[in-house]
Design a protein around this ligand. Structure first.
Ligand SMILES: Cc1ncc(COP(=O)(O)O)c(C=O)c1O
Length: 350
């Protein structure tokens, strides 16, 4: 089988056979010529957003293709990476038949998305020090395990997985390997995006929600073999990325200097917070982090969570995750916010 045949063999047969909805405007090339648009029943009076958005987001994808050193055909855009993950599951997993592999403690949306789609999940826990259990992953594989989700840096633990371990999984897994790089700007040397051309089963997911500072806008991206992207395009809603989002992301792509500065500052703040955490007696452990948050082990996470809430600070209680008893997940904020956090922690009884 060549790469294309292999991808089609993994995909859901009904999606391979699907004839997607064709919007009026995608049936011909608009080009640069001014046209009178009487095809989509819009209000004709211009207000900047009275027209439907480009269903394939070509202008934005061209700009992203340059930035990511990929082809336009290797890029899919969704309404946040949550939506991207959902489209992948819809395109590749048959409800009631196929399975997804999750690696707890892991990002909670993978399970939610699988449950919504009627996809059984197989869990292969990370090792005690939160590394990938490659033998365990190999052991659960079968012809129905269509997809595995690897967030790196991982949420909630914060660590990146070793590149050679991720490579071994990609090379050994008979199905899609989704490497979710939501926090990759904080660990740019750990990205696997440059492996896309080499591995037809690799899907890299990134987002504008974290370091890029546009969580309210909702833009997630998948980078993969064009055949995978083609299947995702078939299942997406026709006009899934609105005009305002496309325009704002174009602008943000011109502001990468600012984002790098902010990432640098967040990393400096993170170092400072780490020192502070180490001096607080009821913080028992700070796990190594490659992201913009820390997983910390407390003496009593419930108590400390409530005490922080009382002091007006919201953090994430991660203690229900596998092997995360008594942990809290704390995002690095602005210098003022971090100071407030440190003052609050210091004010709490031992
Ligand atoms: C690992 C991981 N993937 C994806 C997401 C979702 O990101 P988005 O805002 O792009 O849907 C998050 C958000 O917390 C995350 O931690």
């Amino acid at each position: 089988m060549n790469d294309k045949e292999q991808i089609l063999a993994w995909a859901r047969p009904e999606i391979v056979a699907l004839k997607p909805y064709a919007s009026a405007r995608s049936e011909f090339k608009l080009g640069d010529r001014e046209m009178i648009l009487l095809d989509a029943n819009e209000n004709p009076f211009n207000n900047g957003i009275n027209r439907y958005p480009d269903p394939m987001q070509l202008k934005l994808k061209k700009r992203l293709a340059e930035a990511k050193h990929l082809a336009v055909e290797q890029i899919f855009l969704g309404n946040g990476s949550d939506d991207v993950l959902n489209q992948l599951m819809i395109a590749f997993c048959t409800p009631g038949k196929d399975k997804a592999v999750l690696l707890p403690p892991t990002f909670g949306m993978y399970q939610v998305c699988a449950s919504i789609n009627g996809i059984e999940t197989l869990e292969v826990p990370l090792t005690a020090d939160f590394r990938l259990d490659i033998a365990g992953i190999n052991a659960v594989q079968s012809s129905s395990t269509k997809i595995i989700f690897i967030p790196s840096p991982n949420n909630p633990t914060g660590n990146c997985f070793a590149l050679e371990d991720i490579k071994r999984i990609i090379e050994g897994f008979d199905g899609l390997v989704v490497v979710d790089e939501a926090y990759v700007e904080f660990a740019i040397d750990k990205s696997v995006i440059s492996w896309i051309d080499e591995y037809p089963n690799l899907v890299v997911v990134q987002t504008f929600s974290k370091a890029q500072g546009l969580a309210g806008l909702r833009l997630g991206m998948a980078f993969a073999h064009p055949e995978i992207i083609g299947l995702m395009n078939k299942v997406k809603a026709p006009y899934n990325i609105n005009v305002l989002t496309q325009n704002e992301v174009m602008r943000r792509l011109e502001e990468q200097g600012l984002i790098q500065q902010q990432v640098h500052q967040i990393k400096q703040e993170k170092e400072q917070l780490l020192l502070e955490f180490k001096s607080i007696a009821f913080i028992k452990k700070v796990f190594p982090s490659d992201a913009n948050f820390f997983l910390v082990k407390m003496d009593d996470s419930k108590r400390r969570y409530n005490e922080l809430i009382d002091r007006g600070i919201v953090i994430r209680d991660s203690s229900k995750n596998l092997n995360c008893a008594n942990t809290l997940r704390i995002t690095v904020g602005t210098p003022d916010e971090n100071n407030a956090l440190v003052i609050a922690l210091r004010s709490m009884d031992k």
